[in-house]
Design a protein around this ligand. Structure first.
Ligand SMILES: [Zn+2]
Length: 269
């Protein structure tokens, strides 16, 4: 039985490798959008009913504006690189929630939340674009679905003989992968490689959206200065260290500008 489980697990891995359009690398992900997105949309709606959404304020309008520019930049980049239609199933939504936590996240399918607590650190529209680009990048690169896939394999290995993943289990794994459930809305830190990947992709799409990627390093300096206090899970990550991250972002910013110039973007705000 154990052997059968292993065979099925290997088959799932082989069958489930999907190319990350941003890196060209094959990644493990056997959850198609059609399975992940409905769960994400339901969780998101529930989160909005349980938290205080700011409907109409200059800040809320700014979050929406930046989100629209970032998502349309991502769409242009994907279409130009041979992935037209990659975002067809996405249902973008941008909400500002009244909460002092220093956090922001994007759930699969483009469901975004910014907390008011992060605004003193983003400071400007460009600062919001840094965070927006980073969070959207996690979603575009299917980082959550990959984490969920890895969790499924673990579970398959652990529960020999129980091959069929039931809906209930799937929901539990989704909640684990996204850090939802009891602590709704707080994303778990992603792995170091996923964080670095999101930094790089985020920089590229913010530049294509016309925002100055040089601001990313500045934002992370402010985040570092702030992290003496209580930092939220997504931003807490000790890896990559703030210093590594700032160094990377400084190095990559000119490259992101070059990429944006291919899209006719020559000025950055
Ligand atoms: Zn992240």
């Amino acid at each position: 039985m154990k052997k059968l489980v292993l065979t099925i697990a290997v088959f799932m891995v082989v069958a489930a490798c999907k190319v990350n359009p941003f890196t060209g690398k094959k990644v493990l992900n056997f959850y198609p959008n059609s399975q992940i997105f409905p769960m994400a949309f339901a969780q998101y709606d529930q989160f909005l009913t349980e938290n205080k959404v700011i409907e109409d304020s200059p800040e809320a309008r700014m979050i929406t504006k930046v989100g629209q520019r970032i998502s349309s930049a991502a769409e242009r980049w994907l279409a130009a690189n041979g992935y037209p239609g990659y975002l067809n199933d996405y249902k973008w939504e941008y909400n500002l929630v009244n909460d002092e936590t220093v956090n922001a996240w994007c759930m699969p399918g483009g469901k975004i939340v910014f907390y008011t607590g992060i605004l003193p650190i983003t400071q400007t529209e460009t600062g919001v674009a840094v965070v927006m680009g980073h969070e959207v990048a996690h979603a575009l690169a299917d980082h959550g679905a990959q984490r969920m896939s890895a969790g499924t394999l673990q579970q398959l290995g652990a529960v020999a003989g129980n091959i069929a993943i039931q809906d209930e289990q799937k929901r539990n794994m989704f909640n684990q992968a996204y850090g939802l459930g009891s602590t709704v809305g707080l994303m778990l830190p992603f792995s170091r490689s996923h964080e670095t990947e999101a930094d790089r992709i985020g920089l590229q799409i913010m530049a294509i959206a016309g925002y100055d990627p040089a601001e990313a390093a500045e934002l992370w300096k402010r985040m570092k200065a702030n992290s003496g206090g209580e930092a939220p899970p997504e931003f807490l990550s000790t890896h990559p260290s703030n210093d590594t991250r700032i160094a990377n972002l400084t190095e990559w910013a000119p490259l992101a500008k070059q990429e944006a110039m291919k899209f006719g973007v020559t000025t950055f705000k």
